[in-house]
Design a protein around this ligand. Structure first.
Ligand SMILES: [Zn+2]
Ligand SMILES: [Zn+2]
Length: 166
């Protein structure tokens, strides 16, 4: 059991995350499992995420592919159908479940609201605030106008890990 906590910028704290994280799509035809703690958590306000999430922003738990398994069903490709990024959906209920960025094959971006228990989740950083809806607040402690540059990204992962220590 891990003791992962995050304190929001506005002072609230969320409860501890427990591994493994089990999850499923809206109809539960596709089930997933994550056995390693996410490297970092994000909210993204880009237009693509707004469309695919049907909401103001998407939520992401950046997970290691080595700790990620589809335990039931066969997810299908949706979204952009691009070579750089593969968006995976349940083929029955069409829920957007996770994304594999082709340039980073060791990473799977899991939509954390798929997890049966996601009350532990809070975004540590938010991206594409330049297209953020004016009222949208995520509680993220780091904000970026677009995606952070790769060097800033490594520092963010370290800062997230440091914050998870009890
Ligand atoms: Zn489904
Ligand atoms: Zn986005």
């Amino acid at each position: 059991m891990s003791n992962h906590r995050q304190r929001f910028a506005f002072g609230a704290s969320v409860h501890a995350m427990k591994l493994p994280l089990e999850g499923g799509c809206r109809c539960d035809a596709v089930r997933i499992r994550v056995t390693e703690a996410p490297l970092i958590t994000f909210a993204c306000h880009c237009n693509g995420c707004q469309r695919m999430s049907s909401s103001a922003f998407s939520l992401t738990a950046l997970c290691l592919a080595s700790g990620f398994t589809v335990t039931k069903g066969e997810p299908v490709i949706g979204g952009l159908h691009g070579e750089d990024v593969q968006h995976y959906f349940c083929g029955h209920c069409m829920t957007w479940m996770f994304t594999r960025p082709a340039p980073l094959p060791h990473i799977v971006n899991v939509r954390p609201t798929m997890f049966d228990d996601h009350a532990w989740f809070a975004p540590f950083a938010e991206t594409f605030t330049k297209t953020k809806l004016p009222w949208a607040q995520t509680g993220a402690v780091h904000s970026f106008e677009e995606f952070p540059p790769m060097d800033a990204f490594e520092d963010l992962v370290k800062a997230y890990a440091a914050q998870q220590k009890p």
